[in-house]
Design a protein around this ligand. Structure first.
Ligand SMILES: *Cc1c(COP(=O)(O)O)cnc(C)c1O
Length: 382
């Protein structure tokens, strides 16, 4: 009997037929205990590893866990780590609170200036942590140039590759040592589980593997099954997320209520040239800086949307919207006059999404003043 899909293995104990078999298994760890993996987890790890172009992959219970264990796996007391200023904010919190408590010096660099990273490298810089494009603000990083700077000082390069998925950015071709995916997002793809996957090149693999094993990290079998299943449709889903996101972004670019659309696949975006050079596609996640709005107007806009759920996370089949706090950054250049929102374009029809977004903006423009209201210079009057 041959099954199309690998079954879910629920196993802590893996029995050996003989004492000799047990002793031989214990020596190489894998296969001796369920915490070190099952045929199901191996299948997902090797599939993602092949897509990423790395040496080996390992699973974590969440995307954040893959981020934190990659950092802790390569850093020790007295080391210095440089992190992109546009990093996913829970990683920033982990670095500022946990890494700092472990006597690891944490510093941030400007994601779009390679020279800022060069200037901040120290003799004890052991890791450079990238995320491209950045969370909430979508700055594209020149990963190859940043990796070259890091490697000059023997620092390892860790990249959060979640936005691009393993399909649209090949981290190991750009000098990355450890690449991370919050599989919770596009790989599972249906907002129904949590999983993280980190992939290393041969040099970084021992540190990554021991970080997972020594902290006792393991993915749940149901989530691993969902990730493997998600992987089968990832390419088909990503095409639609990409085109829906881009069409929506284009339709918003010209709207008088919009100050700036933050989407690397738009020709006018500051990161567009690098995106075009390094990526083979875009996901459905992007940012929009609105022109100044009152609190009541922003509420009316959100509450008038019918197809966009208000909620955290992204990468599922459904469209989402989130109002973003001004991100905590060291860069003073990052200031938006109006509210910043983040949109995830799901798999619905693009025209339905565009129509919904525009009807909600129209509701705002109708607010209070009836037919007299106008978007003027982007600020609502009347
Ligand atoms: C969501 C996210 C994570 C964390 O993933 P979880 O599975 O929610 O822990 C990490 N990095 C990025 C860029 C994310 O968007």
């Amino acid at each position: 009997m041959t099954l199309t899909n690998i079954p879910i293995y629920r196993a802590s104990t893996i029995l050996s037929e003989t004492l000799e078999e047990w002793e031989s298994r214990k020596q190489n760890v894998i296969g001796s205990y369920g915490r070190f993996g099952s045929p199901l987890s191996r299948a997902l790890e090797s599939a993602v590893c092949e897509l990423e172009g790395g040496y080996r992959s390992i699973l974590f219970p969440s995307g954040l866990s893959a981020c934190t264990h990659s950092l802790i796996g390569v850093l020790k007391a007295g080391d210095h780590v440089l992190i992109t200023d546009s990093v996913y904010s829970p990683v920033r919190t982990f670095a500022d609170q946990v890494l700092a408590r472990l006597q690891i010096k944490v510093e941030y660099f400007n994601p779009t200036e390679v020279s800022d990273l060069s200037a901040k490298m120290r003799a004890n810089t052991r890791a450079v942590y990238l995320e491209s494009p950045g969370s909430m603000t979508f700055e594209v990083q020149d990963v190859r140039a940043l990796a070259a700077v890091a490697h000059q000082s023997d620092a390892l390069v860790i990249l959060d590759n979640t936005w691009a998925t393993p399909l649209y950015f090949k981290p190991f071709d750009h000098g990355v040592d450890i690449s991370i995916h919050a599989a919770t997002k596009y790989i599972l793809g249906h907002s129904d589980g949590f999983l993280g996957i980190a992939t290393a090149n041969e040099g970084a693999w021992p540190a990554l593997k021991s970080s997972a094993h020594e902290f006792g990290e393991i993915g749940g079998p149901d989530d691993i099954y969902l990730a493997l299943r998600g992987l089968r449709t990832l390419a088909a889903r990503m095409k639609q997320h990409w085109s829906n996101g881009l069409e929506l972004a284009q339709s918003l670019g010209a709207h008088p209520a919009v100050d700036k659309v933050l989407h690397p696949a738009l020709p006018g975006d500051p990161g567009h040239a690098i995106w075009k050079r390094d990526f083979s596609g875009a996901s459905g996640l992007f940012g929009v800086a609105l022109k100044p709005l009152s609190r009541a107007q922003l509420s009316l806009f959100f509450n008038s949307l019918r197809l966009f759920g208000i909620g955290a996370s992204w990468g599922g089949y459904e469209s989402l919207i989130l109002s973003v706090e001004t991100p905590k950054r060291m860069q003073s250049s990052l200031s938006f006059e109006g509210p910043l929102i983040r949109i995830h374009a799901g798999l619905e029809s693009a025209s339905d999404l565009i129509e919904d977004m525009h009807q909600a903006l129209q509701e705002v423009s109708n607010l209070g003043a009836g037919r007299g209201a106008r978007w003027q210079e982007g600020v609502l009057t009347g």
